[in-house]
Write a protein that binds this ligand. Structure first.
Ligand code: ATP
Ligand code: MG
Length: 725
């Protein structure tokens, strides 16, 4: 057996071996929070706690998987029985079990963001509203924001005064849209991602017997990345822990980066109030084991500027390490090239593997230049986020077939497949089907399955064919496992055939992707850890994958990782590049409304820096294309905020021909010609000027009322919303 206890420092050991009662570990980055949580679970099991009665909530499913493996090394296969995963996946599981109590059936569908938006688009259209005023993204994030604050449609409509802001004034009908959206999801027996938490709260609020059951069941509740829980998640854990009061939360207020999605630092403060100050054991971890001293100190110098934070003194006994590198590029493409070259050199010098390296950016769109440059020097990379495997059209098509086979109320899946492959059912006919269903107050499947009763003519025949197909698929559900059903559906639906006949390169790739999906289902069925091998169970697993959980296309793991900073939470890499360090990009202009917003961006920078173990490099470009226009960029104010003692001005590309645009920047450049030079007074005057300028700029920003930034979904929502699921 592994002696994990002796590898802990004193406060870590205290936390791991803490007995009963609430425990809060608020600690700096890289101080072993996740490690403590992991070993605490192992310890509890060793002490005789039944793993079935432990609930552990993590940020990604992958993190849960890694934790489980570590625990397994200590306690053996018992670890498989722990209830562990993201909030969304754990409570989706509970909702399946208890679905009937809230009017759903256990085969409910989970609408992804595309489904939700498609449904909202239909509703906006049906209500005769202008889709330029009612931008679907804004409507969607507004509704999502409401749900995450546990405001249902009725409450929303009743509280228009409280929710009054610019957005509400511009879109007065959001409440009605929300109500119709909720009604339609319900009648489709579907929940969107936010519903999984919202409905769990409804379930526990309205069914005390059910709440009671889970309160007693879960003897221990543990939450990682607690600083990023929203109210909805917080309430769920509070209710579940109410009986045993064995709740252990770990987090770092300095790393709270999801306020725009409703996460609330207050939860950390509420924790003591909710469980009683005298009952809560608080453990502080201050020793960082991850990073060199330079990196830890640089990170401290940044986060110190935030007003809203708990007092912490993060230190490390690790080596001093090298100074932080700074790369300046003339354009985004050059930035890509310089970083690729730097990675190439670092690999040679320090004997690094590709997967020791990460490139972190603020928005997904920045990945392109790095992809191109890495490809040119033949360095393998993976992109986390972006268009993932499961977002590809052909994959979504087959998944829609699978979903509709499991749940015939799923209208979004239905819309996707009714005429796919083409069977001559046009949009008018489809619209008519929905009208007929509405007139008779029945679901779409009732009309489709009994089409001759409702609609006559040629279209009726095609629909009858479709209905037969689905009925035959349904018959297989109880008898066959997910793989057999899916493989049959891929063939019998005509999807495979259509792709097979497309002999273009893209067509071939799509065909292979569908095969790859079938492989994944086969893997799922063959995995002994999955006891439910039904199609419904597979679909649930897939719809709850987070961006960080995505599968590798080729099984090769040695790749440089490209991802947003949001997705990098909790991870660590030997060498980290934080790119696009420019004003308006990072801090993101879209997110900057107030001091709180700036502090959140700064926490994001802190998260980014603290991912690095050995080497950290920051880069910025002087120009980049933005919406098709070349934009001149200023270096980010965050660069100026790093204590210059930890920074090395490096690799500035001299471009003699460039016009003298900004004497400050040229100062910067002159003084940083020598890689090993400490920044001189000259460059620091630039630093100061810029800091002043940005401070002035900041002063002119509208401050005051910090409206929940529902309308400020960042441009890379795919990378963001996918976390925590
Ligand atoms: P983050 O805030 O980024 O989530 P964290 O506080 O969860 O970080 P961990 O990921 O648990 O920190 O630990 C950071 C690194 O330090 C890991 O590589 C971990 O194995 C190592 N570590 C933690 N505690 C110790 C220790 N007592 N001895 C040696 N290594 C440790
Ligand atoms: Mg962690």
């Amino acid at each position: 057996m592994i002696d994990y206890i002796s590898g802990l420092n004193e406060p870590q050991r205290q936390a791991v071996m803490h007995g009963n009662g609430p425990l809060m570990i608020i600690a700096g980055a890289g101080s072993g929070k996740t490690r403590v949580l992991t070993y605490r679970i192992a310890y509890l099991i060793e002490q005789g706690v039944d793993p079935f009665r432990i609930l552990a909530l993590t940020f990604t499913n992958k993190a849960a998987g890694e934790m489980r493996h570590r625990i397994e090394r200590v306690v053996g296969t018992d670890a498989r029985n722990i209830w562990m995963g993201t909030f969304h996946s754990v409570f989706a599981k509970i909702l399946r079990i208890e679905a009937r109590a809230i009017g759903y059936t256990s085969n409910f569908s989970i609408y992804d963001t595309d489904d939700s938006k498609s449904l909202l688009r239909s509703i906006v259209k049906e209500m005769g509203l202008d889709d330029k005023t009612y931008r679907i993204n804004s409507v969607f994030s507004r509704i999502s924001g409401a749900k995450n604050r546990l405001i249902g449609p009725e409450d929303y409509l009743a509280n228009t005064v409280i929710l009054a802001d610019d957005l509400a004034a511009r879109m007065p009908e959001i409440g009605r849209i929300y109500k119709e959206y909720a009604r339609r999801c319900f009648s489709a027996n579907a929940m969107d991602f936010d519903d999984l938490l919202f409905n769990t709260n409804v379930l526990f609020r309205d069914h005390l017997d059910i709440l009671n059951k889970y309160q007693h069941k879960f003897q221990h509740v543990l939450v990682d990345e607690f600083q990023d829980t929203n109210i909805s998640q917080y309430l769920i854990t509070r209710k579940l822990a109410a009986v045993h009061q064995n709740i252990c939360v770990v987090g770092d207020d300095a790393q709270s980066i999801y306020a725009f999605r409703g996460a609330d630092i207050e939860n950390i403060l509420n924790f003591q109030r909710d469980y009683g100050k005298e009952n809560v054991k608080i453990v502080k971890l201050e020793q960082n084991y991850r990073s060199t001293n330079n990196i830890v100190q640089a990170a401290n110098s940044i986060i110190r500027r935030n007003k809203n934070q708990l007092e912490k003194n993060v230190f490390t006994d690790n080596e001093e390490g090298s100074l932080i590198d700074l790369i300046k590029a003339s354009s985004d493409n050059e930035e890509g090239r310089l970083i690729a070259t730097s990675i190439f050199e670092a690999k040679m010098q320090d004997n690094l593997a590709n997967n020791d390296v990460a490139i972190l950016y603020r928005t997904n769109a920045q990945s392109r230049a790095f992809e191109e440059a890495l490809r040119k020097v033949s360095i393998k990379y993976r992109i986390i986020g972006g268009l993932s495997f499961y977002q590809r059209k052909e994959i979504k098509d087959l998944i829609a077939y699978l979903r509709f086979t499991v749940n015939q109320q799923d209208e979004e899946a239905f819309k996707r497949i009714i005429n796919l492959p083409k069977r001559g059912i046009g949009d008018t006919t489809i619209a008519k089907l929905f009208v007929v269903a509405a007139e008779h107050s029945v679901g779409i499947w009732e009309v489709v399955a009994n089409i001759s009763k409702y609609v006559a003519g040629r279209a009726g025949l095609a629909i009858e064919g479709f209905a037969h197909l689905i009925k035959s698929f349904k018959l297989m559900l109880d008898k066959k496992d997910a793989y057999d059903v899916a493989a049959h559906i891929a063939k019998a639906s005509g999807i495979l055939k259509e792709l097979y006949e497309d002999k273009t390169v893209e067509g071939l790739a799509r065909y292979e992707n569908v095969q790859e999906l079938l492989n994944a289902i086969k893997e799922f069925v063959d995995n002994p850890e999955n006891d439910d091998k039904s199609l419904g169970s597979f679909l649930q697993t897939v719809s709850l994958l987070t961006t960080a959980d995505e599968k590798e296309d080729d099984g090769d793991n040695d790749k440089v990782t490209l991802m947003t900073i949001h997705a990098a939470k909790g991870l660590e890499f030997k060498n980290v590049y934080i790119v696009g360090m420019e004003e308006d990009l990072f801090p993101s202009q879209m997110m900057l409304e107030s001091r709180e917003d700036l502090e959140e961006e700064r926490r994001l920078f802190y998260v980014a820096i603290t991912r690095a173990e050995k080497r950290l490099t920051l880069s910025f470009a002087e120009s980049r294309y933005n919406y098709g226009r070349l934009k001149v960029c200023e270096p980010s104010r965050f660069l100026m905020e790093i204590d210059p003692r930890f920074l090395k001005m490096a690799r500035m590309r001299m471009e003699a021909a460039r016009p003298e645009r900004n004497s400050d920047i040229n100062n910067f450049e002159r003084n940083s010609r020598d890689r090993n030079d400490m920044p001189s007074a000259g460059s620091m005057s630039f630093v100061k000027t810029l800091a002043q300028r940005t401070a002035q700029k900041q002063g002119t920003q509208p401050t005051g009322n910090h409206v929940p930034s529902a309308d400020f979904a960042p441009s890379d929502t795919s990378g963001l919303t996918a976390g925590m699921r």
